[in-house]
Design a protein around this ligand. Structure first.
Ligand code: AMP
Length: 419
């Protein structure tokens, strides 16, 4: 018989490690909830055109990496490669802009990109994403950047750097783009890079190949060509960040993989991850709502890669032993005890004590082995004779101390011992 494996570039997250995944995901979103961001869930697939327009036709994500298919009704759909476009679609569709601004949203979920798989780069990965929509205020930019950093600080991550720049806006970027293009035209570049320079010249600035990089040392930079508005905006963002004690490095060559960014743009880079070092990134995207047929309102947000954050935690030695699956384990011996076992374990659970039961009619030895493996602190052993006496044997699995406890007091006793 053929067996199956997870598709190339994907992986399973299994217990007990999956508990760390959930803990990290929740820790990364806790600062968002504390700052008034509300949870939004959007479909895993959307109209293909949404991403083509929202992410940008010239990006690698849209031109090479999308999982696109026709459904049975002949509609072209795409598994989402990122979360922002879907959130913006919902913002426009439900006219959220008509209410109190900014609209603060966060989302958590699966993304799909047909990438070349390697450590930290997968075809299915999970992001925490947040968006603050409808207000263009440097203080809001600073809040968003600070929250991204706060998420990582909450999980005790240390060896990362905040890289910050401004990408200008519709006013100053086109002029800068021309300047950069004429600079690039004078360089010795291969055909493919020339083509990229014509479509998306900013992307060329990020080229790490030595033969290209060495020709770029004197390239004009966006931060030196910001219009007065963008310059003032960027100065104010940095002032707020200083006030908040957030440290950053200026990254004038930072470009992001997605086309829609304007003004404040940032990336969080971890130094223990090798080539795939970005653990998160984001920025302002003031043209996106309009581009998607909505009102001309601004937006800013970021996305953090949960899978890469886990790799970063591991690189810093911050992943400890996974927590025990349960805290109490019931071992019923004999027919009558087996009948009562499920009831007893259900009572323990009702009292918020994570608990499990030995299933499958195991004998004492096998059942105690299962109790040990469960990670529980206490085993509740019940033989038919105990049951006749109305008691259970409560065994501390770390010390092997054992004592008889009346069944009527069992839940209360375990609860007290665990607190
Ligand atoms: P992006 O949407 O490309 O700005 O990515 C935001 C974050 O998502 C990155 O900083 C990564 O942490 C994560 N990420 C992006 N692409 C992948 C991928 N293929 N595999 C794993 N994580 C990814």
């Amino acid at each position: 018989m053929t067996t199956f494996t997870a598709p190339k570039g994907t992986f399973d997250t299994l217990p007990p490690e999956s508990a760390t995944f959930l803990a990290v995901r929740d820790a990364l979103t806790a600062p968002l909830r504390a700052a008034g961001y509300g949870y939004i869930e959007t479909p895993v697939f959307e109209d293909t055109a949404l991403f083509a327009r929202g992410v940008g036709e010239s990006t690698d994500v849209v031109s090479k990496e999308m999982y696109t298919f026709d459904d049975r009704g002949g509609r072209s759909l795409t598994l989402r490669p990122e979360l922002t476009a879907g959130v913006m679609r919902a913002f426009i569709e439900h006219k959220l802009y008509a209410g109190q601004l900014p609209v603060k949203l966060y989302a958590v979920g699966s993304n799909f990109r047909y990438e070349r798989p390697q450590a930290g780069r997968y075809r299915h990965f999970t992001q925490v994403d947040m968006e603050a929509l409808g207000v263009d205020d440097p203080a809001l930019d600073a809040e968003v950047v600070q929250l991204a950093v706060a998420g990582f600080r909450a999980i005790k991550l240390e060896n990362f750097e905040l890289q910050l720049t401004s990408l200008g806006d519709a006013n100053c970027r086109p002029q800068y783009r021309e300047k950069l293009q004429s600079f690039l035209a004078g360089l010795d570049l291969d055909e493919e890079t020339r083509r990229r320079a014509a479509i998306n010249p900013l992307r060329v600035l990020d080229d790490k190949r030595p033969e290209v990089a060495k020709q770029l040392t004197d390239a004009p930079l966006m931060v030196d060509h910001l219009c007065d508005d963008c310059r003032k905006h960027y100065d104010e963002v940095r002032e707020h960040l200083r006030d908040l004690g957030v440290q950053w490095v200026e990254a004038p060559r930072l470009v992001r993989g997605l086309d829609y960014y304007t003004k404040t743009t940032f990336e969080l880079v971890h130094n223990g991850l090798g080539a795939q070092s970005a653990i998160g990134g984001g920025g302002r995207y003031d043209g996106l709502s309009k581009e998607l047929g909505g009102p001309d309102v601004s937006g800013i947000g970021y996305a953090v890669g949960v899978d890469r954050t886990l790799l970063a935690l591991r690189a810093e030695g911050l992943i400890g032993d996974p927590p025990a699956r349960v805290q109490a384990f019931v071992v019923p011996l004999g027919d009558e005890a087996r009948r009562r076992g499920l009831q007893i374990v259900t009572d323990l659970r009702a009292a918020q004590i994570p608990a499990d039961l030995s299933y499958g009619g195991k004998g004492l030895k096998g059942a105690m082995k299962a109790a040990d493996r469960s990670g529980a602190r206490y085993a509740v052993v019940i033989g038919d004779r105990d049951l006749a006496d109305g008691t259970a044997q409560l065994k501390d699995l770390t010390t092997s101390d054992q004592r008889a406890v009346p069944l009527t007091d069992l839940t209360r006793t375990v609860k007290e011992l665990l607190s």
